[in-house]
Design a protein around this ligand. Sequence first.
Ligand SMILES: Cc1cc2nc3c(=O)[nH]c(=O)nc-3n(C[C@H](O)[C@H](O)[C@H](O)COP(=O)(O)OP(=O)(O)OC[C@H]3O[C@@H](n4cnc5c(N)ncnc54)[C@H](O)[C@@H]3O)c2cc1C
Length: 325
Amino acid sequence: MAKVWVVPEVQDQKLKKISLEMITLARRLGDVEAVLIGEGVSPVAAELGNYGVGKVIVADHADLKTYTAATYGRVLSDLIRRDQPEIVLIGNTATGRDLAPRVAQRVDAGQISDVIDYRDNLFIRPIYAGKAFQQVTAVAYPLIVTVRPNVFKAAEPIGGGAAPIVETATVSLTGDDLRVIVRDVVRQVTGRPELTEAEIIVSGGRGMKGADGFLILEALANVLGAAVGASRAAVDAGWRPHQEQVGQTGKTVSPTLYIAAGISGAIQHLAGMSGSKVIVAINKDSEANIFKAADYGIVGDLFEVIPLLTEEFQRALAWNSEQAG
Ligand SMILES: Cc1cc2nc3c(=O)[nH]c(=O)nc-3n(C[C@H](O)[C@H](O)[C@H](O)COP(=O)(O)OP(=O)(O)OC[C@H]3O[C@@H](n4cnc5c(N)ncnc54)[C@H](O)[C@@H]3O)c2cc1C
């Protein structure tokens, strides 16, 4: 069996969803081990055992408090050289996309990026902004694979899973690795799920007409517990912050439900959201390209449609919770 490493992402001592999604893929590839990197991450090691991870190597050090490519890259590549895993899974997230190529270069590994499936011994990845799919295999190891978030089902705990073997790695960073020191990371608090982790996203484009137009979209997001996204046109106009941009030069998302309002469906936008499970488009132009990607389309004025949807969802969710309780 191949030795497969997962590099989990941890926030506030909790495994991020992508970590569990990578474990799902890893289980299909071979024997799952994990490398936990950070400060104060040691307690997470035991939790990984619940998901069938046999061994966890923990690099827990004050110098690893915040991610930098130099420090995390150094730790991970030293461990790969030492233990020679066949495959290393890293999230295709903002940090993972930064980390993976640096590690691949350091350990002289091949890299397969943005993997969305694994079938018949082949990794599947979208190319040309999602217009085609490539089937890739490795001819040499180690192999670095980055995994697209929200595509693989998050691993479920395995009942009665044995405690993993936990190994504490020695972290010895030199001045060269510590040339960049991140003093603090300021997190914006929105009360909404993070875009790349959200189950539901409501996105607006130029059709929202202005920053104020997004208020109705936010009201819908609040009812659904959704994240708010935006097209580049809305971001470039200064209506929404860049971290909400979905698309080729924004974030890649694949929620269960993506509602696109006042978005025409340019290829660069589709590149970031076409992996969503169900796409609902609201547009007044019945010929808009977004309808080609959508599972459900509503042709109409979004300023009429969105408040109606919000009201209906509110009613349906209230009815559901009444029935449940
Ligand atoms: C290199 C490059 C990278 C890019 N990266 C990205 C990216 O990451 N993400 C991205 O989104 N774009 C990106 N773009 C831009 C992309 O090409 C489009 O210009 C952009 O997506 C258009 O945004 P939009 O759909 O909001 O606006 P538009 O194309 O102007 O569409 C607005 C839509 O709103 C509809 N509408 C207007 N009023 C209403 C109403 N009242 N009710 C209902 N519908 C209404 C219209 O019918 C129209 O379809 C990139 C472009 C380039 C060249």
